[in-house]
Design a binder for this molecule. Sequence first.
Ligand code: WTA
Length: 650
Amino acid sequence: MTDQTITSFSREHRVFRPSAEFKAQANLGSETTYKRLYSESVNSPEKFWGREAKARLVWRRAFTKVLQWKLPHAKWFQGGQLNAAENCIDRHLLTARANKAAIIFEGEPGDIRTITYRQLHQQVCQFANALTALGLGKGDRAAIYMPMVPEAAVAMLACARLGVIHTVIFGGFSSEAIKERVNDCQARVVITADGGWRRGKIVELKANVDRALQSGAPTVERVIVLKRTGQEVPMEAGRDRWWHEVVAGQPIEHRAKAFDSEHPLFILYTSGSTGKPKGVLHTTGGYLLGTAMTCHYVFDLKDEDVYFCTADVGWITGHSYVVYGPLACGATVMMYEGAPNHPEPDRFWQIIDRHAVTVFYTAPTAIRSFMRSGDDYVKRHSLKSLRLLGSVGEPINPEAWMWYHTMIGKKKCPIVDTWWQTETGAIMVTPLPGITPTKPGSCGRPFFGVVPKVLDEEGKEVPRGGGGKLFLAQPWPSMLRTLWGDDERFKQAYWSELPGYYFAGDGARFDADGYLWVVGRIDDVLNVSGHRIGTAEVESALVSHPSVAEAAVVGRPDELKGQALVCFVTVKNSVTESAELKDQLRAHVAREIGALARPDEVRFAAGLPKTRSGKIMRRILKELAAGGIVKGDTTTLEDFSVVAALQSEE
Ligand code: WTA
């Protein structure tokens, strides 16, 4: 029933246990404690979360009610007020962390900057004052389209400080994608940079913003532009302002206001099963608690750690595990701007040695591409500072897990394979590094408060060992609250598959030991290199091309990227099929959505396989894309000759 995204699942039965040394220093080193806390977290969630929220966050006003659960709407820590930026920065200024590095930054060209918590505070205050001077305040929306530079975090935290709701748009997205997001949330300001460095070239961020705004984004009054790459960019008088100019003269102090626990912190757009991305809404108290607490237990963060999460701030992993979670814990965050293989495929290993990184968190696609580049690139570096490794974003195949364990972790670092989603806000299922024996390919056991269920079509629990759909059975603090401006879609997308349960969209199974194995998406969302891409988004990009009559997009298992994008395209009668047209269509999709959605393969089809009621039979297209042979039932097909024609092309 599920898309097997990984082609090379081997039989790796070994189990890897944390060393006595790791266990002894772990933030959680006792299985008995895990069991006691887990049991409390699911049986008395209000008691558990109430206590944790008090202990881990700084509240300006104490909450009076831990949870109000009117399915599917949760409100956490009502009555409570806090400020997210204060929780990530100001609180540390009263401690020995004040002059500790909050961010160590390495730009792609090699420029290095260290920013202490005190300096981060000054920069965030200055930028918050600048935003205030431009008239921004509580509840306004700000879009952030920036490279991976410290100012991206400064912009996010300055928004949070003011109660301005940010929406970060990944720098790899196109101007069309910016326009769609800016308009959906009606952003008043766009914060961007002239450009960012990627593989030695400039990504023209400001030019993309200009194009997006020219084609219609009436709510945007201001564009703030950070000078990063230094090339000349046009500045529109009255609209565009340089970052360094708006902060010049602004005080480096700012009194943060307190906001309700449920005040929206950010909107992050992610792909769904229709062409329009979903604006996942996260709020303040619950989100901060979820991210801070998982950082503490899953990444085992200590004051001496240098923690490096390679995700871009444009994705949820960058929000939760580059910015909010680790800073709330007072950690030192390593931030790298550019491509992992620039100038050579050992850039991450260089960074690890240069900055003595201790905890490293990346995606399986990256690991697989390093494996492919050859071990010599790794062997040039000692990697001796590392003590813990993490994986996220897609299923990790045991071969990649073993390579990560042996080559990068030198067999001594526990690996935490963390399952979670944009919607869950924080890690949901994961090994805890001091206690959980790990099995390559499995993301382990539920985190506190998480009740995962693998259920069949009827909603019955699938016995251990069997595959089914993954659901979550209880609300958790960092859960999404709704989809921005579309509560109906929120209900329909996550809560209608099985009433009372959150539907994750993934296929999974539990093994005999209660370990979860996530297979991959079972909805119309693909996971290409750890990035979610909706097939419907790509289809609507394709049909917006004048030559295309109809299109259907499916995933094909790919050794490197997990899934590859295969497009079946029917051209209009007057159009001739050609190799050039295929290239044009691939480029068109990249322009409409972003290079991350560039199709791996375009196939022309005289017709698409449909049921008698006109529904495209994706299962058949998946089979065609994967192997060329259609094995499943085709009796509901309206016209088999369509499939025969596609098959004979192989
Ligand atoms: C997939 C990324 C297997 C899954 C944090 C999920 C994973 C989607 C894992 C969410 C993992 C994430 N093992 N699959 N450890 N982590 N996924 O919203 O299909 O970008 O539904 O969040 O990535 O992707 P998103």
